[in-house]
Design a binder for this molecule. Structure first.
Ligand SMILES: [Zn+2]
Length: 601
């Protein structure tokens, strides 16, 4: 094997990393690729060399083959497209796992599929574990209403299941699944037994436990009947959580996701650590505990950067208002379809406020009508830790309130022009006066591009055309100086599933169309991004926003070898045929130089 000196490599124009000696052969080379590095100093290449966990060189086939030795593993990409590993900037890992391993009934509204899905869940889940959630009937609701109608419209004959459908194959599992709107729930016989409920123990006039024409309980529960049964259900076991997380990792590997920025609960942090101890961690996790924990976390000395390349604290999560899906996002003017509803402020916005739902606002109420809220106190407590604030704000008034609080705290601490990297999560509907403040305050907008494809079906009906012009306004945010971070918001709402796969978000950002390609010219098409900008928002920008730009986000020598390989040239598809993005399949997902997914496995 011919050894090349640094000088010789420099003459070849090959980019060399600082890690490792150049005299040793690479552990792995990827050759014959169409490689988009996201690194503007060297955007395109044919091949990458990896040693250990790191990229050591990016260049032409000839250059990289020089780094091959007898032991080097070679992956011939055969022209396939490779780019920096995708970083999903917004994932609810626990909820995604529950949905993936448990039962997803969003698209189910008839008995055969209902029974089949629950039977399949009994095979995936450990014995004795509770099968819950499901959200049956959600898509039926959509199908029965014309485009633009809301999910609350009446459906002629909604599907209502009976426990007889599932009892035969669910003796080993209590089942307590719910209709998508939580208006009713179905318990199987095992669950009713565990709660000590049967025809004889109940007052026959109790209508919250539904009965069939023979007087037998159907298993359908409403109101407090659900709560009564729910209380008797087993807690989720640690092993079940581990299994759920493995299902999340598997979906991430198939999607080319190499880092997840989670909204982390304490139970998940334990799961990540145990998964890692067992040698099974295949996705890096950026941790964002809730801001309510700031004093505990700060009190044991955790500050910015704590953790390592696999598990790292990158910020604190908090909330200002509700969400669009249930018309809870806070606006200056009421919702068009619900006159009188302005949305609500989360309880953290009030003195001593805790995590939880909030208080509805009226037209004349300003948030300054209340004493300074707990959010301000907690944000201030987080400042000395250096861990940035990541706060959810969705409606135009919700975003205004957050910008006001951010401005106040950043100014009081003389931090406006510091490298603080604070985020506005969602930043969904922005008042025209507020775009410029993202640049003035040097903020990151952590946004969910796929919401465009999904929410545009009802946005104008709910908030009108004028306000919709400031909705998902990614171009305006960018032009005004916000750094864009993309996230899937997996697993989604009880009306839509958001996948751990970047192609949906990339498609939505460049096309601003529904999955079926409507409207033809795109919804507010001036707000479209280029595919290059969209990929940056899914790779380089989230790495920067978590203070990890030195180790990931681009395919650059010296950075971690986190690489996603697709069968489709994402840049070409994004420019010429955005629908082609939706067809793109991941061929390899590589994390820290290890192939964790290979298509066909
Ligand atoms: Zn979310």
């Amino acid at each position: 094997m011919k050894r090349l000196t640094h000088a010789a490599l420099a003459i070849l124009g090959i980019a060399i990393g600082a890690c490792g000696s150049i005299d040793e052969p690479a552990d792995m080379v990827l050759i014959n690729g169409t490689i988009y590095t996201v690194d503007e100093s060297n955007p395109w290449a044919e091949a990458v060399a990896v040693r250990g966990e790191y990229i050591v060189a990016v260049g032409s086939n000839a250059e990289i083959e020089e780094l091959s030795g007898p032991e080097t593993k070679t992956i011939d990409l055969g022209g396939a497209f490779a780019t920096a590993g995708f970083i999903d900037g917004h994932v609810h890992v626990g909820a995604t796992g529950s949905l993936l391993l448990g039962v997803n009934l969003l698209d189910v509204h008839e008995p055969v599929a209902f029974a089949e899905r629950i039977r399949a869940a009994t095979e995936r889940m450990p014995e004795e574990s509770l099968i819950s959630g499901g959200s049956w009937g959600a898509y039926e609701q959509w199908a029965s209403s014309s485009a633009g109608k809301t999910v609350t419209d009446e459906v002629a004959e909604p599907f209502t299941p009976h426990r007889d459908l599932i009892d035969a194959f669910t003796q080993e599992h209590p089942v307590l699944v719910s209709r998508f709107d939580r208006s009713m729930h179905l318990a199987n016989s095992r669950a009713l037994d565990m709660a000590g409920i049967n025809e004889n123990t109940l007052n026959p006039t109790n209508g919250e436990f539904d009965r069939d024409e023979n007087g037998r309980l159907t298993g359908i529960l409403k109101g407090s009947a659900y709560i009564q049964v729910r209380r008797a259900m087993p807690e989720k076991s640690f092993e079940l959580r581990i299994a759920e997380f493995e299902a999340v990792q598997a979906e991430g590997r198939r999607g080319g996701i190499t880092t997840i920025q989670d909204l982390t609960g304490p139970e998940m942090l334990r799961v990540y650590q145990e998964t890692r101890r067992r040698g099974n961690l295949t996705v890096r996790i950026n941790l964002r505990p809730t801001l309510f924990m700031v004093e505990h976390i700060a009190s044991i000395g955790i500050t910015k950067g704590f953790g390592d390349d696999w598990l790292r604290f990158v910020g604190y999560k908090a909330w200002v208002d509700g969400i669009m899906g249930n018309s809870g996002a806070l606006f200056f003017e009421p919702y068009d379809h619900q006159p009188g509803n302005y949305g609500y402020l989360r309880t953290i916005m009030f003195p001593e406020g805790r995590e939880g739902a909030g208080l509805s606002m009226t037209k004349h109420q300003k948030y300054t009508d209340f004493p300074p809220g707990n959010l301000e106190t907690l944000l201030q407590a987080a400042v000395p830790t250096g861990l940035p604030s990541h706060v959810h704000a969705i409606g135009d008034k919700g975003v205004r309130i957050l910008l006001d609080i951010y401005e106040k705290i950043l100014k009081e601490n003389d931090m406006v022009d510091s490298d603080h990297r604070w985020r506005v999560i969602h930043a969904q509907v922005i008042h025209p006066d507020d775009f410029k403040r993202f640049g003035e305050l040097n903020l990151v907008a952590e946004i969910n591009p796929y919401h465009v494809s999904d929410d545009m079906r009802w946005m104008e009906e709910r908030i009108g055309v004028k306000r919709s012009a400031g909705a998902y306004a990614f171009r305006s945010l960018m032009d005004n100086g916000a750094v864009l971070v993309f996230g899937s918001d997996s697993p989604g709402t009880n009306a839509a599933r958001y996948y751990l796969s970047p192609v949906y978000g990339l498609y939505a950002a460049v096309s601003r169309q529904t999955l079926s390609g409507e409207p033809a010219e795109g919804w507010f098409p001036d707000q479209r991004l280029t595919i290059e900008e969209a990929i940056e928002a899914y790779t380089m920008n989230p790495a920067w926003a978590s203070f990890e730009e030195d180790i990931k986000g681009t395919l650059t020598p010296g950075k971690l070898a986190d690489i996603s390989v697709f069968d489709t040239n994402l840049i070409e598809a994004g420019r010429e045929n955005p629908a082609g993005l939706l067809e793109a399949k991941v061929l390899y997902t590589i994390v820290g130089g290890r192939v964790v997914y290979e298509r066909g496995d």
